[in-house]
Design a protein around this ligand. Sequence first.
Ligand SMILES: NC(=O)c1ccc[n+]([C@@H]2O[C@H](COP(=O)([O-])OP(=O)(O)OC[C@H]3O[C@@H](n4cnc5c(N)ncnc54)[C@H](OP(=O)(O)O)[C@@H]3O)[C@@H](O)[C@H]2O)c1
Length: 285
Amino acid sequence: MKQDGKLRGKVVWITGASSGIGEQLCHACAREGADLIISARSKTKLAGVREQVLVHGVRIAVLAFDLEKLDTLPNKVTEALAIYGRVDVLINNAGIALKDWVTATKLEVDRKVMDINYFGPLCLTKGILPHMLERGSGQLVVISSLSGKYGVPKISSYAASKHALHGFYETLRSEIVNSGVFITIIIPGIIQTEITAHALTGDGGNFGKVDKTFQRAYPADKAARKIVRAFLAKQEEVFVGGTEGITLLINRISPWFLRRFIRNHPIKRLRKLKEFFSFKKPSGA
Ligand SMILES: NC(=O)c1ccc[n+]([C@@H]2O[C@H](COP(=O)([O-])OP(=O)(O)OC[C@H]3O[C@@H](n4cnc5c(N)ncnc54)[C@H](OP(=O)(O)O)[C@@H]3O)[C@@H](O)[C@H]2O)c1
């Protein structure tokens, strides 16, 4: 197995490693020679990922926990640091989506989304940061979303949690400039994962279906490789995905226009936009 080795000798801690982008990040980092700590709730799924990734010939430790249990997270940081004696890169990737109207979403569900997507990563970051600052090196990678830049219907607290990540990490970046610790914020577009199947509904249930758009979206393995390239290059903020990335430019030029464009059926509209820019025949869906 070929190893480029740009992460050889480094320890990378990946949350949300049991599926989707996180699982592919495990492969992408291992291919670069990194020793891994992989986290999510499901020990069984993590063990499966570990089996697959071991083929790259790196060390992999499983550290399962629930990000929603904020009180337990400082201990998890201590455990993570004890595994190899340090963490060079923390990839805060774990997250949960929300699929419901504001009026149908219970406050406890809003809070759950904020705990998993915002306060969880914040707790891990606060735990690991003193160690990175003391050593004068380290990287914090944060997986945000296009929803961290603008809102579309039925994802209210998800968008809020991703917007919050930008506020927090941009502030932190300004506080630790010249410390040797770098922050990379990743903005994935629409990536081929089962995120919508795992999404919460407003009453706390499970949405349970993989959205059609996500079935034909940007491949997760390609996204993972780009994410690794981005943090290796110490880029500050990078979009990863397909032609839906054009919405970031439109939002910068005219937020007014983007708001009107995505107001109704945003996913359908984004799909049409993708077809337009890739000169494909419209799917008619
Ligand atoms: N797919 C996309 O189009 C897209 C677009 C923009 C941003 N993103 C972001 O990319 C990240 C990864 O998403 P994905 O698409 O790969 O979705 P995914 O396949 O559903 O992966 C989510 C990961 O987060 C973990 N997780 C969920 N709740 C958790 C909790 N309470 N505690 C600990 N871990 C938890 C899951 O593992 P367990 O269930 O085992 O805990 C899983 O490993 C998320 O932050 C998401 O917001 C994805």
